[in-house]
Design a binder for this molecule. Structure first.
Ligand code: S3P
Length: 461
C-alpha cells in the first residue's frame, strides 16, 4: 500500500467541525483477555468494531491459542472464545508463529513455562532479532523454568514445560511484557510469586487477573500472585474492550498539527497509560476527559481535543519513570516536538532500541531527512522544534515498523511538497485502519491511499 501525504493548499478552507474517529480495541488488553480467558471454563464474547479494525498482533495471539487447543471463532462484529480450563491447554502440533508480536512471544514464554508439554515459538525477521534471553534467563533462574533461545538470544525459543516453584523476581528493566510473563509463570507455580519493577509499567495483567478473582496484590512497585486456578469470574463475560490509547496518540498529534478539534469515544484511560495525555497538557494542549466508566478494573472515557496554535506549545522532557509509561507514544511525541517550539528531550529510553526497530536511531535519521534538528544519544534523543519551517521533501524509511510508518506520515503533514510512504500496510500491526482515519481527519485531498490489494485480513489460520 502506498500513501501520499499532500501539503495543505488552502488552510483557511479547512472544515472546523469536531471530528469523531474510530480506534482499534486496545491490543494490550485483548492479548490478556484472550490468554486469561483461555484458562477459565467460560465462554467469552468480545464485541469488535470490525475484523479489519483488529491489530494483527492480536491475531498472532489468537492463532497461538488455537494451536494450544483453545476454540476461538472470529465474526464480523465479535470474537467468541471458549476457555479450556486452568490445565486445559494442549501441546501444539507445530511451532507457534508469533509473527511480529513481542507481547505474544513474551506472554507465552511465561504462560507455557509451567505447562506439562513443550513448545517452540518463532516469529518474523523483526521479532526474531528482539531480545528474549533476558526473559528466559530470568524465568529459568528464579522460577526454575527450562527455556532456551537461539544462540543470538532471540527466537526461536524452546520451552520445556515443567513444574515451577514460586520466587521473588526482580526485573532488570521496567517492562510490562516481562512482568506479565513472570505473573503468568507465577500463576502456574506453587506458592506466592512476586515481581518487582525498577519503575511502573502498564498493569493490565494485574487488573485482569484481579477482576477474574485471582489472588493478586500490587503496591510499591511489586505485584504478587498466588499460584493456582482460583478464578471467580465477573458475572458478565462480555467485554467491549476500550479503544487503544497508544493508537489514539497518533490521531491526537495529527489533529494538533492540523489545528482540528477531535473527539475519541470509549478510549482506554488506565492511569498506567495516560502519561502521554499528561505530557500534552503540560505542553499546553487543551484536552478534556468525560464519560469515564470502569469495567474489570479498566477505566475508559471520551477524550476531546480543542484546536490550538501549535507554535504556543512548550517543549517536553521525558526521562526515568516516565519512559515505561509512554513507551509506545514516544514516536508520536517526537513528531509533536518537531512541530512545536523549543528543544524537547527523551532520555533513559534505551528500551526503544529493542522495539520493532531501533526507534531512537530511526526517528533521529528520519527527522534529519525532514530537516528537523535532532541529536541522538545512547539512551534517547533531543529534538529542536521548527514549527515555522515546512519539512523538507524526503523519502520515508520506516523499516516496516508500524509506529514509525504512522509517525512519519503525521510528520509529513508539515511538508511543503507531497511525501510518499511505501509499504504503509505495516500499520496493520497495531492500527489497520489508521490511514482511513487520517484521511477522515485531514481530508481526502491531503491523504491519498493506493492499495495493491483490498483491505482484507491477510493472516492464515
Ligand atoms: C506491551 C508492553 C510494552 C509495549 C508493547 C505492549 C504489553 O512493551 O511496548 O507495545 O502489552 O505488555 P515493554 O513493556 O516490554 O516495553
Amino acid at each position: 500500500m502506498r500513501v501520499t501525504i499532500h501539503p495543505a493548499v488552502n488552510a483557511a478552507s479547512d472544515d472546523a467541525r469536531e471530528i469523531t474517529l474510530e480506534l482499534p480495541p486496545d491490543k494490550s488488553i485483548l492479548h490478556r483477555l484472550l490468554i486469561i480467558g483461555s484458562l477459565t471454563q467460560t465462554q467469552f464474547t468480545i464485541p469488535i468494531p470490525s475484523l479489519s479494525a483488529i491489530s494483527h498482533d492480536v491475531f498472532a495471539t489468537v492463532l497461538a491459542l488455537e494451536s494450544l487447543g483453545v476454540p476461538i471463532e472470529l465474526f464480523p462484529d465479535h470474537i467468541d472464545l471458549q476457555g479450556v480450563g486452568f490445565r486445559g491447554l494442549r501441546a501444539p502440533s507445530h511451532k507457534i508463529n508469533c509473527a511480529n508480536s513481542g507481547t505474544t512471544a513474551r506472554l507465552l514464554m511465561g504462560l507455557l513455562a509451567g505447562q506439562s508439554f513443550n513448545a517452540t515459538l518463532t516469529g518474523d525477521r523483526s521479532l526474531s532479532a528482539r531480545p528474549m534471553l533476558r526473559l528466559s534467563e530470568l524465568l529459568n533462574q528464579t522460577l526454575g523454568a527450562n527455556i532456551s533461545t537461539s544462540p543470538a538470544g532471540g527466537l526461536p525459543v524452546e520451552i520445556c514445560g515443567r513444574q515451577l516453584h514460586a520466587a521473588n523476581v526482580e526485573l532488570p528493566v521496567a517492562s510490562a511484557q516481562m512482568k506479565s510473563a513472570v505473573l503468568f509463570a507465577g500463576l502456574h507455580a506453587e506458592g506466592l510469586t512476586s515481581v518487582t519493577s525498577p519503575h511502573p509499567s502498564r498493569d493490565h495483567t494485574e487488573r485482569m487477573l484481579g477482576a477474574f478473582g485471582c489472588e493478586i496484590t500490587e503496591g510499591s512497585g511489586t505485584a504478587a500472585i498466588v499460584g493456582g486456578s482460583n478464578f471467580k469470574l465477573p458475572d458478565e463475560v462480555e467485554y467491549n474492550v476500550p479503544g487503544d490509547l497508544s493508537s489514539a496518540a497518533f490521531l491526537i498529534v495529527a489533529a494538533i498539527i492540523l489545528g482540528k478539534d477531535l473527539k475519541l469515544e470509549h478510549v482506554l484511560l488506565n492511569n498506567s497509560r495516560t502519561r502521554f495525555l499528561e505530557i500534552l497538557t503540560l505542553m499546553g494542549v487543551e484536552l478534556a476527559m468525560s464519560e469515564i466508566v470502569e469495567k474489570w478494573g479498566e477505566e475508559s472515557g471520551t477524550i476531546q481535543l480543542r484546536a490550538k496554535d501549535i507554535g504556543e506549545l512548550q517543549p517536553f522532557h521525558i526521562a526515568s519513570e516516565d519512559v515505561a509509561l509512554l513507551i509506545d507514544e514516544i514516536p508520536a511525541l517526537a513528531v509533536l516536538a518537531a512541530c512545536s517550539k523549543g528543544t524537547s528531550t527523551i532520555r533513559d529510553a534505551e528500551e526503544l532500541r529493542n522495539k520493532e526497530s531501533d526507534r531512537i536511531h530511526r526517528l533521529h535519521l528520519q527527522l534529519k531527512k525532514f530537516s528537523v534538528e535532532s541529536e541522538e544519544y545512547a539512551d534517547g534523543l533531543s529534538i529542536v522544534g521548527n514549527n515555522d519551517t515546512p519539512m523538507l521533501r524526503a523519502s520515508v524509511d520506516h523499516a516496516d515498523d508500524h509506529r514509525l510508518a504512522i509517525a512519519f506520515a503525521i510528520l509529513a503533514l508539515k511538508a511543503s511538497e507531497p511525501i510518499v510512504i511505501d509499504d504503509a500496510e505495516c500499520c496493520k500491526i497495531s492500527f489497520p485502519n489508521f490511514f482511513d482515519e487520517l484521511q477522515k481527519l485531514a481530508g481526502a485531498e491531503r491523504v491519498t491511499i493506493e492499495r495493491d490489494t483490498p483491505n482484507e485480513l491477510d493472516f492464515e489460520r
